[in-house]
Design a protein around this ligand. Sequence first.
Ligand SMILES: [Zn+2]
Length: 92
Amino acid sequence: MSKLKEKWSSPVHNCDLCLTSIFEYGEFLDAKTIYGPWGLICPKCASSSVSVNGVEKEMTVGIGQIYKLDDEGDWAKVGDLNGQPYRRTKES
Ligand SMILES: [Zn+2]
């Protein structure tokens, strides 16, 4: 069974929120933020919460995709948020 992996075809730049190099994480999200715009977001920012009008909210709103750096040096899609805020995968 061959399942064609979806890959990120654009250049990967630093996290839109904290400007940390995405390569430090080996993972990023292309996701809609609580502020409205989409962004290329590092796992740390994506799993953070922010205060919006005094209410604590998740940074991501459950719309977006997760990409991981694979063995070939490509960014392969590993999942969708599917309506759930991003949770950082635990170290195994
Ligand atoms: Zn960040």
